[in-house]
Design a protein around this ligand. Structure first.
Ligand code: PHE
Length: 454
């Protein structure tokens, strides 16, 4: 086997890992989830999920990749021949995520351009759904490619292909080193402007006022775990693959803490910026924040254009900052979601990187065409729902149970981490992974399914 690619520096690895974690989820998912699940009180389940599941799993994944130097199927096979399939399963889940994730990044590219002169006009909802996506409202009228969406998506795929061909150090690492610092500056600017807008206080009140009664609601805990898994990109083999490119002498525990805290810090910043802006919109329209707040796609592509329309001062600039930050945050996550499949296929079929990249990106591109049809957003919603409901936490749960109980390798992994890291991890780490996380995530999966079928 040829020598394995490696990151150029620790900073390079950290920026790529943080680039994977910070994605669309941080900007539009976290603020809404926090608002819906107890506001300020949501911080409690969120931190518990982060400390007992998020950070421990993240460090475990770093250690697996670093120790076994391979893609996920290879690593799991090394643990036990019986478990290679889990690696492929995670790759399949990640593959489906990336096919629509890239399409949303394409929308962000279009909207960065539309920001100049607020080309979406006054009826931003009709603009996004009807004019831009070509969704006519009736499912049976859907179909046919929507060129306005396809073109930016093609462009994004071309850049992704270019970066992935260049490889780990010259591609992913270099892109992260450029995009991440710019993204963080953009988000700081958005947040400062967001919280200083007239009416911002209203939004911040709604976001931060704690509703402690939410703490007895199991759905709030489900939301906290779900957010932490999705946001940290764990359970998809992404971090295992990224850390397989670490040199032998690499700190693991400390890097995991840094990446997790950077990701959460960014989430909080984004939430303040977004809710400050929502407060501004509500006040300027004479409505309440609860009326303008919205989830996911609509928040970014319908509500934000309205905010930008009303924005006092240079609104094109504010629009470019907002949609540009979605674009950059999404891009570094998209490349990370592709890497497990590329590494997996490359190792399994003994391909060159170029061949593996062409196959994986080519196939993902073909699937993503489905979402660039008129009304393709409906497919997107459906796939996203299933992935979140059945894919995200389940893949992480099975991974933890396999390692803690089926192949019983936690002790070995703990020793490996402590042999290379600045900070030692204690038995609390094993307890979280072997007991706390499986119990919590199993309960949460059961509740989730009950809610789904009720
Ligand atoms: N963690 C990133 C986000 O918050 C993206 C991501 C999601 C990456 C799922 C991998 C898997 O958007």
């Amino acid at each position: 086997m040829a020598t394995r690619e490696q990151w150029g520096s620790r900073t390079g690895f950290l920026l790529a890992a943080i680039g994977s974690a910070i994605g669309l989820g941080n900007i539009w998912r976290y603020p809404y989830i926090a608002y819906e699940n107890g506001g300020g009180a949501f911080l409690i389940p969120y931190f518990i999920a982060l400390l007992t599941a998020g950070i421990p799993i993240l460090i475990m994944e770093y250690a697996l990749g670093h120790r076994y130097q391979g893609g996920t199927p290879y690593v799991f096979k090394k643990l036990s021949k019986k478990w290679e399939w889990l690696g492929w399963w995670q790759i399949v889940v990640a593959f489906f995520i990336v096919t629509y994730y890239v399409v949303i990044i394409g929308w962000a590219l279009s909207f960065t351009y539309f920001s100049f002169g607020t080309q979406w006009g006054q009826n931003t909802e009709a603009f996004f759904f009807n004019q831009y996506l070509g969704d006519t409202g009736a499912f049976w009228e859907a179909g046919g490619l929507q060129w306005k969406v396809l073109l930016p998506v093609l462009l994004i795929w071309a850049v992704i292909l270019f970066v992935m061909q260049k490889g780990v150090r010259k591609g992913i690492e270099r892109a992260s080193k450029i995009l991440m610092p710019v993204l963080i500056l953009m988000m700081v600017a958005i947040t400062i402007r967001g919280v200083t807008l007239p009416g911002a206080v209203e939004g911040l009140n709604v976001l931060l006022t704690p509703d402690f009664s939410s703490l007895v609601d199991p759905n709030v805990w489900i939301a906290a775990y779900g957010q932490v898994f999705f946001s940290l990109s764990i359970g998809f083999g992404i971090m295992i693959t990224y850390s397989s490119y670490l040199p032998e002498k690499s700190d693991l525990a400390n890097s995991g803490m840094i990446a997790a805290l950077a990701n959460s810090g960014f989430e909080f910043l984004a939430a303040l910026g977004v809710f400050g802006a929502l407060g501004f919109l509500a006040v300027s329209q004479g409505s309440s924040v609860n009326e303008v707040v919205n989830a996911g796609v609509a928040l970014a592509f319908v509500i934000f254009p309205q905010i930008i329309n009303q924005f006092p001062g240079p609104n094109s600039l504010y629009g470019v900052l907002f949609f540009g930050s979605l674009l950059f945050a999404g891009f570094t996550s998209a490349v990370s979601i592709l890497e497990p499949a590329i590494a997996g296929v490359k190792e399994k079929f003994d391909l060159s990187r170029r061949q593996a990249v062409n196959w994986v990106c080519g196939l993902a591109f073909l699937v993503s065409l489905m979402y660039t049809t008129r009304g393709g957003i409906r497919y997107l919603d459906t796939v996203d729902h299933f992935i979140n409901q059945y894919g995200v936490a389940l893949a992480g749960l099975v991974e933890v149970i396999m390692i803690a109980w089926a192949v019983r390798k936690l002790g070995m992994i703990q020793e490996h981490i402590n042999a290379v890291s600045d900070i030692r991890i204690g038995n609390w780490w094993r307890f979280c992974l072997a007991v706390v996380t499986p119990v919590m995530v199993t309960l949460m999966t059961v509740f989730n399914l009950m809610g789904e079928w009720a």
